[in-house]
Unconditional design. Structure first.
Length: 246
């Protein structure tokens, strides 16, 4: 029993230390930022007009556009995304729009501690993005989704929704640089853009398996602790629960 446990822990350490190798941009359909943040390409909604993809948009113009998106609540108004969060998103959105086809949208899941305290839960923004007439369209379905704690207990991701051209969400947004086409839909101007060469069609990245191996679950738990998404006490408790499965 002890040798099996030691082998599992050793494998976890080796996997954690192994460098991540990014696939060539022309063949990618998903960009992982963290365990709870990513950008992916998906088929556009049925009946939607063709997007102006692929298009080379600078990271600076994407970052500036996202910075202007603000969330309105009954109590106050705040940036939809944080500063460091916007910078990371702009980098991967640059790659995504550079390879997206006219019939594809970009889906976004971005999780961060948004309430200003290290003790607060990490909250998630889910959104659909696409480019038309040199402008960034941002449709938000969830602005402050709280699911991380539940995931730490069962390792099951929720079924995310990303905003819709035809079905409004309950989110209310505003911007001082652009227009609000709908309460949950902003159209944000971008700096000059240039067409990109469309890559050959490639199959979409398959969805991850529902069942996660023990080593992968230990690795994910370690990443959550390193990113301060859970505290040391929760990490130790959950780790012991997982090791009992050996």
């Amino acid at each position: 029993m002890l040798s099996i446990r030691s082998a599992a822990l050793a494998l976890t350490v080796l996997v954690a230390q192994a460098p991540l190798r990014a696939a060539p941009p022309s063949t990618r359909h998903r960009w992982d930022i963290s365990p709870f943040s990513w950008v992916q390409l998906s088929p556009a909604e049925q009946g939607a007009p063709a997007n102006h993809h692929p298009l080379r948009v600078s990271t600076a113009s994407l970052e500036q556009a996202l910075t202007h998106a603000r969330l309105v609540t009954p109590k106050d108004e705040a940036p939809l995304f944080g500063g460091g969060e916007v910078a990371e998103l702009a980098k991967v959105l640059f790659e995504a729009f550079n390879v997206a086809a006219p019939g594809e949208d970009v889906e976004l899941v971005s999780t961060s501690k948004r309430l200003g305290s290290a003790m607060d839960s990490a909250l998630t923004v889910t959104a659909r993005l696409f480019l038309l007439d040199g402008k960034l369209n941002l449709l938000v379905h969830d602005a402050r989704l709280d699911f991380v704690y539940a995931y730490n207990m069962n390792f099951q991701m929720p079924k995310f929704e990303f905003g819709s051209r035809t079905k409004p969400s309950s989110v209310v947004l505003k911007t001082h640089d652009g227009e609000a086409r709908r309460a949950d839909w902003l159209v944000l101007p971008l700096a000059a853009t240039t067409p990109a060469t469309a890559p050959p069609a490639v199959p979409a990245t398959p969805a991850p398996a529902a069942t996660v191996g023990l080593e992968e679950r230990l690795l994910r738990l370690k990443r959550l602790r390193e990113q301060n998404l859970i505290n040391e006490e929760d990490y130790a408790k959950r780790k012991q629960e997982l090791l009992k499965e050996i």
